[in-house]
Design a protein around this ligand. Structure first.
Ligand code: SF4
Ligand code: SF4
Length: 337
């Protein structure tokens, strides 16, 4: 396993580390099995979030007795001092620890900067937690390139790491991530597998690490088998050949930018639709050998794409500005309901 230091933090993390979003679709026993595998492979960096429902709690229980073997990172959507102070305490309780290595301001947009970094803002609560020894380092996560650029250029003195999507089909963050690195900020690639849309995991992870702008990548892992697969990929992080780069280019053209990353920010849907679940099943439907399986799984979902009442609430929450209503109409056409 290759280890890289996150900017100037001194935190030395496995190049291919652990993203905790899928834990919210898991249970405690499975989470323990996942953490067992992480420990076995030396995948020592665990990322979760206050917003990932039960993820912090399950991971906290699975980490009992071995917390010191891992670097723990979490994050909060809080933007004001009081909410962030509360969230840090909740994270400490959930994760069953007195210390979180990296606490991140989650999904910052430009509209949030003045509040989060201003007087009485969330950053002040994190800085206080850092002085109190409850938090080691402060980072940010963002999904919008203009926001990332401003964070790096204007707020670099407040933060120590940035997390941004980076994968075969999303390379627009390249130059700003390079600048972040130059400034000594740690760079963390989220969505290295493009939300599960990239089938060749090894190629996808090699692409991210060969970019030269990401210290670590944190693919989401929801099972011991997924840890096995990523750990195997992490053993082969060689640079890409010309032919492999051409394959990446072809994948980029094929997927375009209108694909769901399965982040779940669009929830809840008032009609009860599992939006990323619908898109996932539609992807499987297009694969010849999985289409019958996809039809059966889609049928078993309690609400279908055709139930969308077009309220648009989901689109206002999607950080990738996906035309979710149009996409769901296509899913309804594909499945017939
Ligand atoms: S537009 Fe459709 S899918 Fe989106 S929240 Fe409204 S009902 Fe749900
Ligand atoms: S539709 Fe957008 S917000 Fe919802 S899961 Fe997909 S990428 Fe995330």
């Amino acid at each position: 396993m290759e280890y890289n230091t996150l900017g100037n933090t001194g935190l030395k993390a496995a190049a291919i580390s652990f993203g905790g979003i899928p834990i919210q679709r898991s249970d405690e026993a499975n989470t323990r099995a996942v953490v067992d595998r992480l420990e076995r492979y030396g995948i020592n960096y665990i990322d979760t979030a206050r917003g990932y429902t039960v993820s912090e709690e399950y991971l906290g229980r699975a980490l009992e007795g071995r917390r010191d073997r891992f670097i723990l990172a979490t994050k909060s959507m809080a933007r004001d001092y009081d909410s962030m102070k509360r969230d840090v305490e909740t994270s400490l309780t959930n994760l069953r620890t007195g210390y979180i290595d990296l606490y991140q301001l989650h999904n910052l947009g430009e509209k949030d900067f003045a509040q989060a970094f201003g007087p009485g803002g969330a950053w002040e609560a994190l800085d206080e937690a850092r002085r109190d020894g409850k938090v080691g380092h402060i980072g940010v996560t963002a999904h919008n390139l203009d926001a990332l650029r401003r964070l790096v250029e204007e707020y670099g003195e407040f933060i120590e790491t940035v997390m941004f999507p980076y994968n075969i089909v999303e390379i627009h963050g390249h130059d700003v991530l390079a600048l972040a690195r130059e400034k000594g900020l740690g760079t963390i690639a989220m969505k290295p597998l493009a939300g599960g849309n990239l089938e060749d995991w090894q190629l996808a992870l090699r692409f991210v690490m060969a970019s030269g702008v990401c210290d670590i990548a944190i693919p989401g892992m929801g099972s011991a088998e997924e840890v096995d697969r990523n750990a195997a990929a992490a053993e082969e992080l060689s640079p890409l050949t010309e032919e492999e780069l051409a394959r990446c280019e072809a994948i980029r053209k094929e997927l375009g930018s209108h694909f769901c990353r399965r982040c779940g920010y669009c929830a809840p849907c008032p009609s009860g639709i599992d939006i990323p679940g619908c898109f996932l099943m539609a992807n499987y439907l297009r694969k010849y050998d999985l289409s019958e399986w996809a039809r059966a799984r889609y049928k078993a979902m309690p609400f279908h794409a055709g139930s969308c009442v077009m309220c648009g609430a989901c689109e206002r929450r999607c950080p990738y500005n996906l035309p979710i209503r149009d996409m769901l109409e296509q899913v309804a056409r594909d499945f017939g309901y």
